[in-house]
Write a protein that binds this ligand. Structure first.
Ligand SMILES: Nc1ncnc2c1ncn2[C@@H]1O[C@H](COP(=O)(O)OP(=O)(O)O)[C@@H](O)[C@H]1O
Ligand SMILES: [Mg+2]
Length: 231
């Protein structure tokens, strides 16, 4: 019995993917599941004696209490905080989807859930020819969309959802993420998102200081577990 994967994408970069992915990892753990995590491609990293380390990957490892080697979680880690395909080219490294899939299968063999966080939005390029969307399709996992609730999100949410389905990837649902403390008419926007996306949010993460460290999405994890039957 191998674990199920869930790929956390978003309407843009800095919309709350890491906060949500960590919250889900904690949520699955709270239900007693064994959780593995992946940040397969990351740009923006710190040099350490052990090698480059990306903050998202470390946050995911912490949330999942994962003991797996870092390189399995984050096989492609680039130092500059720029588009991964440019960072990879500068480092003369080819991001290989087959390698990421092997890592995923290794992690899934010992886990009930593998929570995977993308880099950037749905069509963020990871090489000259491939985007995050190609990686998700190759992993054959459903995509969960984090909607960063800010001006413009009604458009970005619809575009991202359409793009997920156009790539032949299952849509696992969406989570609203309060990333803008100055957002006006939040309730009206959430109602509009529900109508435009045709389904209610699996969870709404309010804009709260400290959300990154403490959010636990138990209810969303439970709903995903139920939904996974039909993926
Ligand atoms: N619910 C929230 N309330 C307040 N701040 C949030 C919330 N969710 C995310 N943030 C903040 O927004 C920023 C972007 O979130 P992050 O999860 O890193 O986005 P992404 O992974 O999509 O780049 C971070 O500084 C994070 O702490
Ligand atoms: Mg992130």
């Amino acid at each position: 019995m191998t674990g199920r994967g869930i790929f956390v994408t978003g309407t843009d970069t800095a919309v709350g993917k890491t906060v949500v992915a960590c919250g889900l990892a904690r949520g699955f753990r709270a239900h007693g599941a064994r959780v593995a995590v992946m940040k397969p491609v990351a740009s923006g990293a710190t040099r350490t004696p052990e090698g480059l380390r990306n903050a998202d990957a470390l946050a995911l490892i912490e949330a999942a209490q994962a003991t797996t080697p870092y390189a399995l979680v984050n096989p492609y880690c680039f130092e500059p905080p720029i588009s991964p395909h440019i960072a990879a080219k500068e480092a003369m490294i080819e991001v290989d989807i087959a390698t990421i899939r092997r890592n995923f299968e290794t992690l899934a063999a010992d886990a009930d859930w593998v929570v995977i966080e993308g880099a950037g939005g749905w069509f963020a390029p990871i090489s000259e020819r491939q985007t995050m969307a190609d990686l998700v399709w190759a992993l054959a996992v459903p995509a969960l969309m984090v909607v960063g609730v800010r001006l413009g999100c009604l458009n970005h949410a619809q575009l991202t959802r359409l793009a997920i389905e156009a790539r032949g990837v299952s849509f696992a649902g969406w989570i609203a993420s309060g990333v803008d403390p100055a957002m006006a008419r939040t309730a009206e926007n959430l109602a509009s998102l529900e109508r435009l996306l045709g389904e209610p949010a699996l969870a709404v993460a309010a804009c709260e200081p400290g959300a990154a460290a403490s959010l636990t999405l138990e209810a969303a994890a439970a709903r995903l577990a139920q939904r996974a039957i039909s993926f």
